[in-house]
Design a protein around this ligand. Structure first.
Ligand code: MN
Length: 130
């Protein structure tokens, strides 16, 4: 079971992402802007962050850079979600510290796989041999 933080200012987008991830057993938290998202992330230390790039005040690139500067969040998977789909957006997201990139509108049938694919696989079961 994974804790996922969704940082997304659009309530309907957040609702859909939450629905799709909860269906896969995730526990979902939400923030509506970058600063509160960073605060929640710092407290919660989520297993994964779904990060809208078009946010008010502080954009998602800056949020990703700030998350990466927090020791405990240095390796937390961050998935950027953006509707820009401009050439270079993907590279920009990765350069800011994101691990993955999903274009809006999100595809309900694929979204959870796209996002959860970035989680580290669970440890293999212990064989008891070593
Ligand atoms: Mn937005």
């Amino acid at each position: 079971m994974s804790n996922v933080l969704i940082i997304e200012d659009n309530e309907r987008n957040a609702y859909l992402a939450r629905f799709l991830l909860e269906k896969r057993g995730c526990v979902v938290y939400e923030a509506r802007d970058g600063l509160s998202g960073i605060e929640v992330a710092r407290e919660l230390l989520p297993d994964l962050v779904v990060l809208d790039i078009q946010l008010p005040e502080m954009d998602g690139y800056e949020v990703a850079r700030r998350l990466r500067r927090i020791d405990e969040l240095g390796k937390t998977p961050i998935v950027a979600v953006t509707s820009h789909a401009m050439p270079g957006d993907r590279e920009k997201a990765l350069a800011a510290g994101c691990n993955g990139y999903v274009e809006k509108p999100i595809e309900p049938l694929r979204f959870a796989d796209q996002v959860l694919g970035l989680l580290a696989p669970p440890d293999p079961p212990h064989t008891g041999r070593s």
